[in-house]
Unconditional design. Structure first.
Length: 335
């Protein structure tokens, strides 16, 4: 006689396997009555969960991998926090891996995660190895892109509307009287969409788009502090700068401090992501906020549907950002 499985326990209890997993892992909100019932049935069936053995048999391990490109960026810690909370609600553990924006490291992580038989993959913000991504798609491996999208590939995604976010950032600065607005951006699809939104806001306001005011930076604060020199050391420097993420904007703040440029009296600065750093730096940073909790919940819902139902339709979901106005932006002082 074969050993009982989690499916046998779920069937006897009249609940889903996810609910049984929550009891096993002591996660999620389960009523005491249901928890006791499931525990009693596990005892009656002499069921002993064995995740490794389950994986070897090709059954669910209740693990979802979450790949991030840069562990030093605080936005990814916030992504992980909410992804993990949402995953645990369904009885899934989240395995986090940092790729350091390296294609070969992405490939190694994917190989190891498949060996561990994780049930699905969530890839956050950036993935350089197009060949590995296409292979995952061809294999129909449960996969969701989080906080970015790849329109050219048939892969589901959940993201904020970066174009609208860039439009909102520029519109806010324009409403304060700024006409010469610089941009500090990474070389990424998200930044490109944010720049398009910025350019649209300028055009609608009757302002010329000046390509020389758009500067590409590396991802770190020190990178952006150096890149900001390209805007701040000009005789005709901009009166406002849009950093396409909070780290880039904070690099601008540091570059201003080093030059004795007062923010926001002499320069307004706005970021994107609305991380916790925005309330810590001085002056507090105005930023475009992503609805991270909603993004995370939708992502987990989507990946679990793909895990449990192989023919789940591929969706691309975009959510609207909001603006969090703080101390780093102000009306342009009249000359």
């Amino acid at each position: 006689m074969s050993s009982p499985t989690i499916y046998d326990v779920a069937r006897a209890a009249g609940v889903s396997t996810a609910t049984v997993s929550k009891v096993i892992n002591n996660t999620g909100r389960i009523s005491a009555k249901t928890r006791e019932k499931i525990q009693r049935i596990m005892e009656d069936l002499n069921y002993s969960p064995n995740v490794i053995a389950s994986a070897m048999k090709g059954k669910s391990t209740y693990q979802i991998a979450f790949l991030i490109p840069d562990v030093s960026n605080p936005i990814y810690a916030e992504y992980l926090k909410h992804i993990e909370e949402s995953g645990q609600e369904f009885g899934y553990n989240i395995v986090m891996c940092s790729t350091d924006n390296q294609a070969d490291k992405e490939s190694r992580h994917i190989t190891l995660l498949k060996q561990r038989r994780v049930d699905g993959l969530i890839i956050a913000s950036k993935f350089n190895n197009a060949a590995v991504l296409r292979q995952l798609i061809d294999e129909k491996f449960p996969l969701v892109l989080f906080a970015h999208e790849r329109p050219e590939l048939p892969v589901p995604s959940v993201t904020v509307d970066d174009y609208i976010g860039g439009y909102m950032a520029a519109s806010h600065l324009i409403s304060l009287g700024h006409r010469r607005i610089g941009v500090l951006a990474e070389d990424s699809l998200s930044s490109k969409d944010r720049i398009r939104g910025y350019q649209c806001a300028l055009t609608e306001a009757g302002l010329a788009v000046q390509e020389n005011l758009i500067v590409v930076s590396g991802p770190s604060v020190s990178d952006s502090e150096m890149a900001a020199a390209n805007l701040l050391d000009r005789e005709d420097r901009p009166t406002a700068i849009f950093g396409c993420n909070d780290l880039l904007a904070i690099g601008v703040l540091q570059a201003c401090r080093a030059r004795g440029i007062r923010v926001p009296d002499q320069l307004s600065v706005i970021g994107f992501d609305d991380t916790q750093l925005c309330s810590i730096v001085s002056p507090k940073l105005t930023s475009i906020a992503q609805p991270i909790r909603k993004l995370s919940k939708e992502t987990i819902d989507m990946i679990i549907r793909m895990i449990e139902q192989a023919d789940t339709p591929k969706q691309r979901i975009k959510m609207l950002p909001e603006i969090s106005i703080r101390e780093s932006t102000a009306k342009l002082a009249q000359a």
